[in-house]
Design a protein around this ligand. Sequence first.
Ligand SMILES: Cc1cc2nc3c(=O)[nH]c(=O)nc-3n(C[C@H](O)[C@H](O)[C@H](O)COP(=O)(O)O)c2cc1C
Length: 195
Amino acid sequence: MPHGTWVDAQSCDRRALRDMLGSFMTGVTVVAARNEDGAPSALTANSFTSVSLDPPLILVCLAKSSRSAGVFSRAERFSVNILGGWQRDLSAAFASRSPAKDVALEALTPGSPPVVDGSLATIACTQHQVVDAGDHIILIGGVTEFTSMAGEPLGYFRGAYFGFGPATSGDRAAASLGWEAAAQTSAASTDVAAD
Ligand SMILES: Cc1cc2nc3c(=O)[nH]c(=O)nc-3n(C[C@H](O)[C@H](O)[C@H](O)COP(=O)(O)O)c2cc1C
């Protein structure tokens, strides 16, 4: 298929650039840490990437404009929680500045780093490096431990969530935590603004 008209990335509307970048289908994570006072901080992020197996390294890109960026740049430890299809509401909560986010922060596990219990996979990291990159920081983590379980992932494409299949056992665990079950939501898309 021929490509369309080239758009100049320097002078174009930022929305057009952002929309184009949203063509890259991703999963969804919640990144969590504690500040110096022990208060939890977390946000939804789909910029997660694996970097290295030996040593095990991952990265996530955080907007400097987010309230969490400062906390993450100083935190010695943080977690990356890869969300399952049953955690769509949780993703929306951590991407917001609403009371739902305060509830979601309260539900993080105690200890450091705090984690989102019942996620498809959770990665515990120590801070390896923070790289300054335009209006974002690149947070590189050294993986210390991880857990994972069976289930369908939560997907994200062009500003909408999507799922891959029917409800899984994770839905029942999620339902018991009070989050919306994927059985009701996995087929439908929800428009949300990403980073
Ligand atoms: C699916 C999705 C993916 C997102 N990915 C990122 C990301 O990779 N990096 C980022 O800084 N913000 C990302 N965001 C936006 C943040 O989650 C959002 O700005 C959040 O409110 C920041 O919280 P804070 O200001 O409390 O730190 C994403 C939002 C959504 C819905």
